[in-house]
Design a protein around this ligand. Structure first.
Ligand SMILES: [Zn+2]
Length: 338
């Protein structure tokens, strides 16, 4: 059972990093470059990355950044977790940087967005998806379909802007039936503590314009959500949320799996897949799903795209000692996309 109070505390633990990032960057740059960065207001390069997959392309798109409190990780000895984090340069008890990534499938005649980011939910440190989509050459107005892995705020609230206007005015929106039922049911709203009701109502508002215009569709986990685009299938990955799904793109003998929230803490959960996080609605099932999935993607050696892996969140998984030593994350090399 989800501890809702801790869940909200965890969300609130995602704090802005902008001042820290600017200071760290300035300290390592030559003076002239530092001045140029300063005169540019410290604006980062556009957050998109293109990866060919067979005959199509998948774009990673940066939406938000925040920090993850290690206290919300469970399922291994605390000293063990602290050691893994320290080995990754994260001092004991200190929060780790975390990203929110979205992904676009450019299938030539069709543009399919996978997840929409946080929208206005994270304030100034989120909601960068529309700008990065444009920078990548794909206007939000020209997105044909939106596939949602699940309905947590950082994945679904980017459907609308701060005023409730749809960001993807011509797109159909697809989410798994159990996911849609769980988060939009009156029973879930009635059972939610006061502090969580606002988030659930924000989700209803984000879905409403798509639902009201007949563009919100539910699919069965494991099915192809877009019947005219069979190169995309959904993958049932329950636990993090009841209807949490990944999306697999297969083209020209290559494959990519967008696995959404299978990993939240890369330094800890690749090494110890049995570690869960407070964000998981069903932590036991989330662990089972991760333990089932990691050996499969490692054996297949396919591309993986993750929502909360360091941007661009694209890479491959390798089993260490056939999985007995955990797994390694092999991030994509920038040049590989050229
Ligand atoms: Zn997430």
């Amino acid at each position: 059972m989800l501890d809702r109070r801790r869940f909200m505390q965890s969300l609130l633990a995602l704090v802005p990093l902008s001042s820290l990032t600017t200071a760290a960057t300035m300290a390592t740059l030559p003076a002239a470059t530092a001045m140029a960065a300063n005169s540019g207001g410290g604006v980062q390069a556009p957050g998109f990355f293109r990866l060919p997959v067979g005959d199509v392309a998948v774009f990673a798109l940066f939406d938000a950044h925040g920090k993850l409190d290690p206290a919300i990780l469970h399922g291994a000895d605390r000293k063990d977790i602290d050691k893994l984090l320290e080995d990754a340069g994260i001092a004991a008890g200190q929060p780790a940087t975390s990203n929110v990534n979205c992904f676009l499938l450019d299938a030539g005649t069709r543009r399919v967005l996978m997840d929409t980011g946080a929208g206005a939910f994270f304030g100034a440190r989120g909601g960068h998806l529309p700008g990065n989509l444009r920078a990548a050459g794909h206007a939000p107005e020209r997105i044909d379909h939106v596939l949602l892995s699940h309905l947590h705020p950082d994945h679904a609230l980017g459907l609308v802007d701060a005023t409730g206007v749809p960001v993807f005015p011509t797109a159909s929106v697809h989410v798994s039936a159990p996911e849609l039922d769980y988060w939009t049911s009156d029973a879930t709203l009635a059972a939610a503590p006061e502090g969580r009701k606002a988030g659930l109502l924000a989700l209803r508002k984000a879905l409403a314009p798509y639902k009201d215009s007949g563009r919100l569709h539910a699919f069965a986990p494991g099915a192809a959500p877009l019947t005219h685009l069979p190169l995309v299938t959904s993958v049932d990955l329950p636990g993090h949320t009841p209807g949490h799904c990944g999306f697999r793109v297969t083209s020209g003998g290559k494959a990519l799996l967008f696995w959404a929230d299978i990993i939240h803490s890369p330094p800890v959960q690749f090494a110890r897949p049995e570690v869960s996080i407070d964000f998981d609605v069903d932590q036991k099932k989330a662990v089972e799903t991760r333990l089932r999935l990691l050996p499969k993607v490692a054996a297949e050696d396919i591309w993986v795209a993750g929502s909360h892996l360091p941007f661009p969140g694209l890479g491959r998984v390798r089993a260490r000692d056939q999985g007995k030593g955990g797994y390694a994350w092999l991030p994509v090399n920038y040049a590989d996309a050229l």
